[in-house]
Design a protein around this ligand. Structure first.
Ligand code: SF4
Ligand code: SF4
Length: 424
């Protein structure tokens, strides 16, 4: 039985605030958010303007998709044409868009929904060095990749974060950093601009500072991230907002204020649906059918809202994991995405192309699909229970473990979920 998302929120409040006045204020804000989440009332304050939506969508595609780097546009055009051709002809081939590298699992925050601690093995494994990144980036570029992302944990706690980016041919490729923004100051903004960083994804949970700070369990984190967004703009780097949508924020004024903020500022907002991991594992946080319908209505007037499943070269909509995007741990383990802790191989032991091919053939990620972790109930019924049995520091699973549980589940429920898998 899942517990209410707002249970234990007092612990987060006391962790974040110490003054009685502040505590009373946040308690009131949370009580309103709790009531709104319970009532599930959809409150829309902006009209849907289809023409405006269409124009902004294309403006954002140019703004965030094209970068003034030698030959970049030509590489993108080639990739789109190739990806679309493979898809239309029904070939099981995909053009790689990029890799997200978690350069460290360390962070200055201790958000209780964090997924990193469970697979943090830095005390016993060697982290990749710039020379390793340089080789992997070349291998990825041979598969079509043009985008490379630095993430964590919190990437700015990694001392040589800039050396790592420098090893990715940053004046030729599209470079993204994903950060909570807390350590991002003028000096870092300048360094990012010098290096050729194009986009910075900032995590922002609410348009209300108190809710963001409580969720992050760090007082002042909202003000810092807002300042970081200003600094990135000042230095010619495109800011983007990453936000997690769950049952506890979707219907709230704070989340609508976040949509309004990004609309006013002309910033793209990437909505990530909550996964059953971290603090959300035993909480009623994941969006159900009713919430998904409500989500569509709530975001309809906001053309800046996107999901990362919308931008494939092949099929327009679908999970990009392994086909077009790859995620990598600081130790070189290859995963579908930051939330999917199934390891397919290690780039210090095998070429990237071999590992990717294995993942495409031996896992369900060789198809464009809805989000496996937030929308595919059968997949979730197989994956999350295995994960819950894992211990901290050994939180990943091997593909064989996953396949064996999948087979058991299929037999028990008398259905075949992914017929394309070779073990059938
Ligand atoms: S800011 Fe991100 S990496 Fe840091 S603890 Fe929170 S969720 Fe984890
Ligand atoms: S499983 Fe979900 S979160 Fe992961 S890459 Fe696919 S769509 Fe994205």
């Amino acid at each position: 039985m899942k517990t209410d998302l707002f249970d234990n929120i007092e612990d987060d409040i006391f962790e974040t605030y110490s003054e009685t006045e502040e505590i009373d204020k946040i308690k009131k804000i949370i009580s309103v958010a709790k009531e709104q989440s319970k009532l599930k009332k959809i409150n829309i304050t902006r009209e849907v303007n289809e023409l405006n939506k269409f124009l902004i969508l294309w403006k954002n595609r140019w703004k965030y998709g094209l970068h003034k780097k030698p030959g970049y546009e030509l590489r993108i055009i080639k990739n789109v044409l190739l990806g679309k051709t493979y898809y239309m002809l029904g070939y099981k081939k995909y053009v790689l868009r990029g890799i997200e590298f978690a350069c460290t699992f360390k962070c200055i925050f201790r958000c209780n929904h964090c997924l990193c601690a469970r697979i943090d093995e830095t005390n016993k494994r060697k982290e990749l060095e710039p020379k390793d990144y340089s080789r992997v980036v070349k291998e990825a570029m041979a598969l079509g990749a043009t985008t490379f992302g630095l993430e964590g944990g919190e990437p700015f706690v990694k001392k040589n974060w800039d050396e790592i980016i420098n090893s990715w041919q940053p004046h030729y490729n599209h470079i993204i950093i994903s950060t909570n923004g807390y350590l991002f100051d003028e000096e870092k903004a300048k360094r990012c601009a010098e290096l050729g960083v194009d986009t910075i994804n900032f995590s922002l949970d609410s348009g209300y500072s108190e809710l963001h700070d409580t969720f992050r369990r760090k007082k002042g984190s909202f003000d810092r991230v807002i300042n970081a967004i200003k600094l990135s703009k000042k230095h010619g780097i495109k800011p983007l907002i990453n936000t997690v949508v769950h049952k506890g924020n979707l219907y709230t004024d704070g989340w609508r204020e976040l949509l309004e903020f990004t609309h006013r500022e002309g910033i793209l907002i990437n909505t990530l649906f909550a996964k059953g991991m971290g603090n959300f594992y035993d909480k009623d946080a994941l969006l159900d059918e009713e919430d998904l319908k409500a989500y569509k209505k709530i975001v309809a007037p906001y053309p800046n809202v996107q999901r990362h499943l919308n931008f494939n070269y092949g099929k327009q909509f679908g999970c990009p994991g392994m086909k077009e995007m790859i995620n990598m741990t600081p130790y070189g383990d290859v995963m579908n995405c930051a939330n999917m802790h199934i390891y397919f191989g290690n780039v210090l032991e095998e070429p990237l192309a071999v590992i990717r091919e294995r993942a495409l053939k031996k896992s369900p990620f060789g198809r464009y699909h809805c989000c496996f972790l937030a929308e595919d109930r059968d997949f979730m019924n197989v994956y999350y229970p295995i994960l819950s049995e894992k211990r901290k520091g050994e939180g990943y699973m091997r593909i064989e473990e996953f396949l064996s549980s999948l087979k058991e589940y299929e037999n028990k429920n008398n259905k075949i979920l992914y017929p394309e898998l070779r073990y059938h």
